[in-house]
Design a binder for this molecule. Structure first.
Ligand code: GTP
Length: 597
């Protein structure tokens, strides 16, 4: 395809502002997918995505559009995920295209993720076409939102396109704008091949599928290609474009986006951001690479039934084939036995993986509290990453500890501002900025990631009845006085409950933990002390008093079936418990004990 007949773009938006619906309409109006094959949200391919209505993996579709100027254009849409955890996927897909549609819900206005995503588009030098969606809603205020886009984002919104992705109103204008307001890609067909590896995934039938954007040169079926970072050489088996199903194609030239397969075994063998060239007469100048995504949140995953360990390993290995951003290594816990320490891009990512393990692989899991990566500066000068509070070495060897801090942007209606400031203050936040966009306040906070990974997002949503929006970026590692707090149940430390806390908050946190555990751990035949300790010093304690464990005592009379039922129920309850020394701790204790209300 000629360069000036190609347009590559992405859609940036806050969650729920209608990105997927708009993509569906573009696909539908251009007849890319036959009407009978249309299903809602074509681009959200995974079940969990469709169920939760969130886009997790970036996806792509090639659309052929006969424009009003009489030419047919190839439009490549790269769909980007909207959630904070996947900012990295947004940034890499942005580098593969030249323009963006900025979709803003005209009844809501600019939100935190609108900002975060549009800044990424601006960073990638995109031309941006603002689109005001949902103008069918009575609450839509297109003029106010236009003004807001200009004030808050600082781009010209005078020609923003009013649409209803739901009814289809305005979609033809969007297609024309893509052709006339977004730039054509540049590239040299005669230069050596230079293609960017944008994404890769594992397909059970095809193996690893690699998505590329060609910058210079031409890639053809049967070419022998080289991945410049790893030096690995492969023969291309299949070259295709996504419509969104794979359609074979003989070659891809500059500006084009497509996929290939090449008998690559694992997603891990492909590095996103790597430059692909031909084995012979290739380029020696790779594209500026980007850094691989680093997991920032870690937690332990253990099977409820220790016999399921091998099944869990299989399941995790299979999932990892498809998701190179998730890391895992075997872990043994005195309390939980064999399991895995897994690293995720963020909390949602963790939830998605855990969900898939439970649902698709039918695993019963114990998840330990999420933790961030601390940097331990040892007295001998070594710097160590601490992924698991249980591995914290003796303090006498540690000079100081650093933790990751984030820059969080929160947008919230005025009336909830007080609650938000309190929440951030409670989580050791430092306010950086406060400004207004109409009746919405925008606050910027510097916060420790450790205080955010657990239930910050839930709390944020609940104190603002869902009206706040939130986005963050990791800013830096900073020293603070952090200590490991251990939890002892019946005088034995439960390693899976250990956590890193700020020294000034340790006592309060310890007290809450002990109180919660007292509620969560059922009574036993003996008294159970529950303690929080720093080093050898106990900072909080509760006692679970003893009881006679006769559950049938409550059933007067001789109703045998009722007794039976009660006993069965008790047995079922037991499956979700783990034995620690002489004490049984229910599974939910590992998460619930850490929620701070
Ligand atoms: P994520 O994929 O989660 O980022 O969300 P999204 O931005 O793709 O939003 P999606 O397209 O899933 O739309 C969110 C909700 O808004 C859905 O319930 C849509 O039906 C609805 N919606 C989208 N466009 C319109 C519109 O033009 N008018 C109205 N009234 N509702 C719309």
């Amino acid at each position: 395809t000629q360069l000036d007949r190609i347009r590559n773009f992405s859609i940036v938006a806050h969650i729920d502002h209608g990105k997927s619906t708009l993509a569906d309409r573009l696909i539908q109006l251009t007849g890319t997918v036959a009407e009978r094959d249309m299903k809602a949200q074509m681009l959200d391919s995974m079940d969990i995505e469709r169920e939760r209505g969130i886009t997790i993996k970036a996806n792509t579709v090639r659309i052929e559009y006969p424009a009003k100027d009489g030419h047919t254009y190839v439009l490549n849409l790269i769909d980007t995920p909207g959630h904070v955890d996947f900012a990295y996927e947004v940034s890499r897909s942005m580098r593969a295209v030249e323009g963006s549609l900025l979709v803003v819900d005209a009844s809501q206005g600019v939100e935190a993720q609108t900002l975060a995503n549009v800044y990424q588009a601006i960073d990638a030098n995109h031309d941006i076409v603002p689109v005001l969606n949902k103008i069918d809603l009575p609450a839509a205020e297109p003029d106010r939102v236009k003004a807001q886009i200009e004030d808050v984002i600082g781009i010209d919104a005078s020609e923003a396109i009013p649409i209803s992705a739901k009814s289809g109103l305005g979609i033809p204008d969007v297609l024309e704008a893509i052709v006339h307001r977004l730039p054509a890609p540049k590239g040299d067909r005669d230069a050596p091949l230079k293609a960017m590896l944008v994404d890769s995934w594992y397909d059970p039938y095809l193996g690893v599928v690699v998505m590329i954007r060609v910058m210079d040169g031409v890639i053809r079926k049967n070419d022998r290609i080289k991945m410049m970072q790893t030096g690995a050489v492969y023969g291309i088996d299949r070259l295709a474009v996504l419509k969104p199903a794979m359609v074979d194609i003989a070659e891809l030239g500059p500006g084009e986006i497509g996929v290939f397969t090449a008998s690559i075994k694992q997603v891990r063998d492909t590095r996103v951001g790597d430059t692909i060239t031909t084995e012979k007469k290739g380029t020696d100048k790779p594209l500026p690479g980007f850094k691989p995504a680093q997991p920032v949140v870690f937690c332990g995953l253990f099977p409820v039934d220790a016999n399921d360990f091998e099944d869990l390993r299989d399941a995790i290995e299979k999932l990892a084939l498809n998701d190179a951003s998730f890391s895992f290594e075997m872990e043994t816990s005195a309390a939980l036995g064999f399991g895995f320490r897994c690293g995720f891009l963020g909390l949602l990512h963790l939830e998605v993986i855990r969900d898939r393990l439970e649902r698709e692989y039918d695993m019963d899991l114990i998840t330990t509290a999420p933790s961030v990566v601390f940097k331990l500066h040892m007295k001998d000068g070594e710097v160590r990453d601490l992924h698991n509070p249980a591995d914290m070495p003796d303090l006498t060897y540690v000079d100081h500890i650093q933790e990751p801090r984030i820059k969080a942007t929160i947008m919230v209606p005025d009336e909830y501002l007080g609650d938000i400031l309190k929440l951030c203050q409670d989580r050791r936040g430092i306010q950086l900025d406060l400004s207004y966009a109409g009746s919405r306040a925008m606050v910027v906070y510097d916060l420790p990631l450790a205080e955010v990974v657990f239930d910050f997002y839930d709390r944020l949503k609940s104190v603002t009845k869902g009206y706040a929006s939130f986005d963050y970026q990791i800013s830096e590692y900073r020293e603070d006085s952090l200590v490991k707090m251990s939890i002892l149940v019946n005088d034995e430390p439960v390693d899976a409950l250990a956590m890193m806390v700020h020294r000034d908050r340790a006592e309060a946190r310890g007290r809450v933990m002990c109180e919660k555990l007292k509620e969560l751990i059922p009574r036993h035949m003996f008294k159970i002390p529950v303690q929080a300790a720093i080093g050898g010093r106990v900072i909080a304690r509760e006692t679970i008093s003893a009881m006679r464990k006769d559950v049938t005592a409550k059933c007067y009379g001789g109703d045998a079936t009722r007794k039976r039922k009660l006993l069965d129920k008790q047995k079922a309850g037991k499956k979700k418990m783990r034995q620690f020394g002489k004490v049984e701790i229910p599974q939910e204790a590992f998460i619930s004990a850490l929620k701070m209300d």
